[in-house]
Design a protein around this ligand. Sequence first.
Ligand code: NDP
Ligand code: 8X3
Length: 254
Amino acid sequence: MKKKIVLITGATSGIGEGCARRFAEGGYNVIITGRKREKLQSLQKELENGGTAVLPLAFDVRDRKAAEATVASIPEEWRDIDVLINNAGLARGLEPEYQGDFDDWDQMIDTNIKGLLTMTRLIVPDMVRRNHGHIINIGSVAGDAAYAGGNVYCATKSAVKAITDGLRIDVADTRLRVTNIKPGLVETNFSNVRFHGDDKRADKVYEGIQPLTGDDIADVVFYAASAPEHVQIAEVLVLATHQANGTVIHREHQ
Ligand code: NDP
Ligand code: 8X3
C-alpha cells in the first residue's frame, strides 16, 4: 500500500521535530521544513536510518516567494500530501503591549499568522481537488485568553483559532478535516526564542512544574490524524497536569 505523506512546518525543533519522529514511526513519508538546513539534514539522516523516506525543504515561511517556489519544486511522488501540520511559530518578548518591540511583533504576525496562511493557501487547493487531506494547525492555550505580556503572541494564536475555524467551514462540503491543537506549557526552544536566548529566564518558565514535551503534543497530533476519516477532531486543549489554563499554574517550590 502507498505510504501516506505528511508535511510539517518547523520540524527542526520541539513539537515539529516530535511530529516528524511520531509520523515516521507511524508509517508516513515525511516532508520536513524549517530554516535550519543542517538540522533538517541531521533529522533526515536519523529518520532515513529508521527506514522512512524524507524530503527536507529549507525555507522561511515568512518569505512568500520562497514558499511558493519551494512548494512548486516538490517532486511528483511527494505531491499527494495527506496531512499538513502548520506548526512553525514563535513568541518574541513578554513586555507590556505599550512597551513592545515592533520587530518582535512583525516576526510573530508574519510567522504565526501569515506564514500559516501561506502554507495553507499553497497546499490545500490540491487536497480539495483530491477531496482528501487533513490540516492540523498548532494553536495555543494562549489563544483562549490573553495573559500578562502575552498581548501580540496571544493575538496570533487567537487568529490561528479563527483561521482554523474558517477553513473548517470553507471545506465542510469536502472530505477534508481541519484541527486546532492548543498546547499549554511545552518545554522546547520556545522560551529561549521568546527571551532572545536568555536561557536562565527560559528555564524559570518550567520551574516547579512538569511541563509537556514536544513528543507529548506529537502523540496528540498523530492521534487526530489517525482517527477514521468520518471523525474530525476540531480542537484539542492539551495542558500539563498542574496547569489549569493560560495563567493558573500550580508550582511545587523546592
Ligand atoms: P521551537 O522553538 O522548539 O520550534 C519552533 C519551530 O518553528 C522551529 O522548528 C523553527 O524552525 C520554526 N520556525 C520559526 N520561525 C520560522 C520561520 N520563519 N520559517 C520557518 N520555520 C520557522 O518551539 P515549539 O516547538 O514549542 O513551537 C512550535 C509551535 O508550537 C509554535 O507555533 C508555538 O507557538 C506553538 N506552541 C508552543 C508552546 C510551548 O509552550 N512550547 C505551547 C503552545 C503552542 P527554524 O528555526 O529552523 O526555522
Ligand atoms: C505557548 C504557551 O502559555 O507560554 O503558546 O503562551 S504559553
